[in-house]
Design a protein around this ligand. Structure first.
Ligand code: ADP
Ligand code: MG
Length: 596
């Protein structure tokens, strides 16, 4: 068999294989087209998760009769006018989506161009376009995809259940809705409306906050810190959750680059690095971040579905993200998770039915409770009937300290919980968690202010890498040295490690550490591994070096701990993202007694 050109239809199917892996991907392409067309209203209809129908109606600029026929041709686009791949101002630019989809599904497009009287439509099936025919269609465009993958049965088998496909499609709508707060979105599934994000005002800032509330929930926005940073031509806006508001997956990390929803490992890595000190490795913050760069500083033409991007200057993008997030996190050390007080209250509250039963039992079955006077009296004699561990000593409030954010210590309960009174509520501090954080911060500060102590190795450890890896590592020689890791070139493709951070002596496999650092450098241009390893160790040391629960504290000690917490960055959570204190407002407490 000689070499031959593949038929167009097959080429389109191959392209579709890359870009359209599931209904959500086809939907993303249609939505991006509507956004590119300047629509302010987009309506989406799905059946069976998009497997049998994906329909998108927009009120954008529409297409002329000629354009309509071209839209289904391969590499035909209206979006690359100046033929410059590094100046892309639209979400689309390849002219591939519609012909690819038309090669694997039945497609209908109806459109009326802005300011034109008549509307037109075209259909395609089996890769064959129909003639353009007159149509009934208001201004804008309607695209309908039926029976996706019917032409490629092998692909059809890879689809998940309708519900799973629907979930992915819905997420696609939500991501695009977040970054387009000026567009109203409506999504229906099997005939029922499932999402509706109206546009409420034309004030862009207010609308984008509203959209965050609509999409992620007001729970997030009340527990979020605003980000607004600029570095050179790059800027970063958005919101990030306080560390104690975290999730078990990265699902709720919405990151956008120049208006494009991306799922980029490099960007997720930068977010993780910013939180590494306040969150356990398996916990994830919720973020909505909008990164804006000059279009020539970012290459969007690296991923067929445009889900990943490349930056001209990785290190500076990472720097912008890490430093602005860190700044926000550190500045917010004392913001308590608003949900925590609520959840404390809900634990206290008994279900109404039970309260009722309890009262009835209580009156009907007086014998069970016997003489009330007795148990009541025992309450007023501390220590008589109360387990020793529950004993506490009350301290008179210090009138000045009440005005501090964490208030004035009033008591220690169960030898671990400090109860403090503020001007508007109660604070409960986990003394062990809090002290651990303080010790940890102190260790870190010490390391920052002083040179990191190194431990020389008796015989240098030789690590064999390939030559590009060795070169990459040596490019970062100075940074690594500052962290206590001295390396030198050792012939072709090998390095010699001469010192390691003293802290890590005997605790790491040096070869493995260096190889991991290389991997990280390859992936994200910067390595934070060494720092993270040391921080992890410090945090273990801090745990051992801090006040254990079970230790009695005097009033002075308790108040000193509160004051230190107020002064220490990030003291609101331990190193794993668990809170070090909760606050109950008087309002919360009133709720407990059904006063509200
Ligand atoms: P691309 O978006 O990369 O240009 P597509 O295959 O997605 O490629 O679309 C081809 C062309 O069809 C677009 O360049 C645009 O001119 C036109 N088009 C597609 N969808 C719409 C729409 N909803 N409104 C107006 N024009 C559209
Ligand atoms: Mg497109």
């Amino acid at each position: 068999m000689g070499i031959r050109h593949l038929p167009d239809h097959l080429i389109n199917q191959i392209a579709a294989g890359e870009v359209i892996e599931r209904p959500a991907a086809a939907l993303k392409e249609l939505l991006e087209n509507s956004i590119d067309a300047g629509a302010t209203q987009i309506e989406i209809d799905l059946r069976e998760g998009g497997k049998t129908l994906i329909a998108v109606r927009d009120n954008g600029c529409g297409m002329s009769r000629d354009d309509l026929s071209l839209a289904l041709d391969r590499h035909a686009t209206s979006k690359l006018s100046d033929e410059d791949l590094f100046n892309i101002r639209f979400l689309g630019f390849r002219g591939e989506a519609l012909p690819s989809i038309a090669s694997i599904a039945r497609v209908k497009i109806a459109s009326r161009q802005n300011g034109v009287g008549e509307a037109w439509e075209i259909t395609a099936a089996d890769g064959q376009k129909s003639q353009v025919r007159p149509s009934q269609q208001a201004q804008g465009t309607y695209v309908e995809i039926r029976d996706l993958f019917y032409a490629t049965p092998a692909r059809l088998k890879f689809l998940k259940t309708a519900n799973a496909e629907y979930a992915a499609a819905k997420e696609t709508v939500q991501r695009l809705a977040l970054v387009n707060p000026g567009i109203a979105f409506r999504l229906s599934h099997n005939g029922a409306t499932s999402l509706h994000y109206p546009v409420l005002s034309d004030l862009y800032d207010r609308q984008s906050k509203t959209r965050l509330d609509q999409v992620i929930g007001s729970d997030f926005t009340t527990n979020a810190l605003p980000i607004d940073a600029q570095r050179g031509m790059a800027s970063l806006q958005g919101f990030i959750s306080i560390p104690t508001y975290n999730r078990g997956t990265a699902q709720n990390q919405y990151i956008f680059v120049n208006g494009r929803a991306v799922k980029d490992k490099f960007l997720y890595g930068a977010v993780r690095a910013a939180y590494q000190d306040v969150l356990a490795r398996d916990r994830y913050p919720v973020v909505a971040l909008f990164l804006t760069l000059a279009s020539e500083d970012v290459d969007v033409n690296v991923h067929p579905a445009k889900a990943e991007v490349r930056f001209r200057d990785n290190a500076s993008v990472r720097g912008l993200i890490v430093s602005s997030l860190l700044h926000a996190i550190r500045g917010a050390s004392l913001q308590a998770n608003s949900g925590l007080g609520q959840s404390v209250v809900s634990h206290f509250q008994m279900p109404p039915a039970q309260v009722f039963n309890y009262q009835r039992d209580y009156t009907q079955n007086a014998s069970v409770y016997g003489n009330l006077a007795e148990p009541v009296a025992s309450f007023y004699q501390p220590g008589m009937d109360i387990a020793p561990s529950a004993r506490f000593e009350a301290v008179a409030p210090n009138p000045e300290a009440v005005n501090y954010p964490l208030g004035s210590a009033r008591a220690q309960l169960h030898e671990n919980y400090i109860v403090a009174q503020t001007d508007s509520g109660i604070i409960i501090v986990d003394q062990h968690a809090a002290h651990e954080r303080l010790v940890y911060e102190k260790f870190k500060k010490h390391l920052n202010d002083n040179k990191i102590p190194k431990q020389g190795l008796l015989t240098p450890e030789i690590i064999n890498l390939d030559d590009t890896e060795a070169a990459l590592l040596l490019e970062n020689k100075i940074q690594l040295e500052n962290l206590g890791l001295d390396i030198e070139a050792f012939g072709m493709g090998a390095v010699a490690v001469r010192t390691i951070p003293a802290l890590l002596t005997g605790r790491v496999d040096i070869g493995m550490l260096v190889r991991d650092i290389v991997d990280e450098l390859k992936e994200q241009a910067v390595s934070t591994l060494l720092e993270e390893k040391m921080n992890a160790l410090l945090s273990t040391l801090a745990c051992h070096g801090s006040v254990r629960s079970g230790r009695r504290l005097s009033a002075e000690e308790m108040n000193a701990l509160l004051r230190q917490m107020e002064e220490t960055p990030s003291s609101g959570q331990c190193n794993h993202g668990r809170p070090t204190f909760v606050s109950l407002s008087l309002k919360d407490i009133e709720k407990l007694f059904s006063r509200r």
